[in-house]
Design a binder for this molecule. Structure first.
Ligand SMILES: Nc1nc2c(ncn2[C@@H]2O[C@H](COP(=O)(O)OP(=O)(O)OP(=O)(O)O)[C@@H](O)[C@H]2O)c(=O)[nH]1
Length: 311
């Protein structure tokens, strides 16, 4: 990416994470202005991290490290912000993995799953645009056969990106659609097939069974597929994202996460908690509705934005 492109993305990211970062920076200023690091300050610090959705484990880890290096010393808020940025980047680095498309698969099949409204369809549109711009032949399959609006939404992305969208009537069998889409993508030499699925609540067993069926059918047509199963998580759901990862991982082998709507929430810290707890790759994050608002996940930029610092 060019320096200019990188800069504007950082500005977008920082702007998107503003609600999360201002919660943290305000809290840090309240705790640490003109104060020595004592047990009370440490407890308040850990509470702040927990209420900012970074998770209990991360909070304890950062608290212990801050105590080890600075106990009984006066620490100023800017130093704590730098400390958080460094430690959070260390947690995020192992999971910040770009999505790698193997164009020799013809097609590389990506199944996109998640609860209702998490941003699956929008994310598929944005991914189609990204890979199409890179010169890949991309096809989309409107596997959300429950909702006519979702099919229409994907078709709009199809028009916008110039990528074909395979769709059926409302209520059609999603597994059959996925099967046919793979067939067509193979026949026509597509590099990448993105399959949308209906949003399902993680507590609805039959919907999860249907998801398993889709995977079985895809597998029947190409035993190496799906090559990626991406779980799209809406950051505004905060702690609920944990149970979504657990339940979707039971139903399908979730290979990576995409976290959307980081711009609409103060719960951006949830990305850190998910990394700490599950260690699943985070491929990309969304900080807005336009195609430019979904970008590969970069540990350092995210950590610095979350801590309210410059790149
Ligand atoms: N602000 C913001 N909005 C987003 C982002 N990603 C998606 N959205 C919006 O979230 C809403 C839901 O997105 P969809 O893509 O329809 O979600 P879905 O998971 O396909 O929904 P279902 O089909 O109901 O399961 C849409 O209005 C999107 O424009 C993001 O990163 N930031």
């Amino acid at each position: 990416m060019s320096e200019e492109g990188k800069k504007s993305w950082f500005a977008r990211l920082k702007d998107g994470l503003k609600r999360s970062s201002s919660k943290l920076t305000t809290g840090i200023a309240d705790i640490f202005t003109k104060r020595r690091l004592d047990d009370d300050a440490l407890e308040e610090f850990e509470d702040l991290l927990i209420t900012s959705d970074l998770g209990v484990t991360t909070a304890a880890k950062l608290g212990a490290e801050l105590s080890r290096t600075r106990f009984d010393k006066e620490v100023d808020p800017a130093e704590v912000q730098e400390f958080i940025a460094t430690e959070v980047a260390k947690i995020l680095e192992p999971v910040a993995k770009p999505l790698v498309i193997d164009a020799t698969k013809k097609p590389h099949v990506i199944l996109v799953v998640g609860v209702n409204g998490s941003g699956k369809t929008t994310t598929i549109g944005k991914l189609a645009k990204t890979y199409r711009d890179q010169g890949l032949k991309v096809m989309m399959a409107a596997g959300d056969t429950f909702r006519a609006a979702a099919v229409e939404q994907l078709k709009v992305w199809g028009e916008r990106t110039g990528c074909p969208v395979i769709a059926r009537d409302t209520g059609a069998d999603a597994a059959g659609l996925a099967f046919d889409a793979i067939d067509q993508a193979k026949r026509e030499g597509y590099d990448l097939l993105l399959i949308d699925t209906a949003g399902r609540l993680q507590n609805k067993a039959h919907l999860m069974d249907e998801l398993k069926k889709i995977v079985r059918v895809i597998h029947k047509r190409d035993e190496t597929a799906p090559h990626d199963t991406l779980l799209v998580l809406d950051a505004t759901t905060g702690q609920n994202a944990h149970s979504q990862v657990e339940v979707f991982s039971e139903a399908t082998s979730v290979t990576g996460l995409i976290v959307t709507k980081l711009d609409g929430t103060a719960k951006g810290g949830v990305v850190v908690a998910l990394a700490e707890k599950f260690g699943k790759p985070v491929h990309a994050i969304g900080v807005g509705e336009s195609a430019e608002d979904l970008r590969p996940f970069d540990a350092k930029s995210f950590a610095r934005s979350l801590a309210g610092l410059e790149d």
